[in-house]
Design a protein around this ligand. Structure first.
Ligand code: ZN
Length: 140
């Protein structure tokens, strides 16, 4: 989630791993700048509950994740998308001190969250129940 208090503009970015490797964050910040004259230096960002570095396993990372993002590998096939998002926000012009991460992993904190990854783990033929999760941002 991104908020520009100077221009009173908000954005809610759903950045799954595909969005992350296509840098949807940069595209959003550029859109806020060109459409609403927002300055990234004024923006505040929060990284909500999502797949954490504890559970970000990508067994096929060589074909799925571009090499420029392999620096976010924290272990064997494990990736830190929170760090990637933080870096993408900084590279888009936000101040590091204006970025906060919830640090909440939706996969392993199953008492708090639904996780598509967790629900789909195991046999693909098994009938799985699915959940939904929403992140909401508003200006009052
Ligand atoms: Zn986790």
């Amino acid at each position: 989630m991104v908020y520009d208090p100077a221009k009173k503009v908000i954005a809610n970015i759903h950045s799954g791993w595909r969005g992350s490797i296509n840098n949807i964050i940069e595209k959003t910040i550029l859109t806020m700048n060109t459409r609403f004259d927002c300055n990234p230096k004024d923006m505040i960002a929060g990284i909500g509950p999502s797949l954490g570095p504890c559970c970000g396993e990508f067994l096929n990372y060589r074909t799925e994740i571009p090499e420029k993002y392999h620096k976010y590998m924290t272990g064997s096939c494990m990736f830190d998308f929170w760090a990637m998002s933080t870096d993408q926000l900084v590279e888009a012009g936000l101040k590091l001190e204006n970025i906060e991460s919830s640090g909440l992993c939706t996969r392993c904190q199953d008492e708090l969250f639904y996780s598509y990854r967790r629900a789909m783990a195991g046999s693909p033929t098994e009938n799985k129940s699915t959940g939904r999760m929403a992140t909401v941002i508003t200006i009052l």
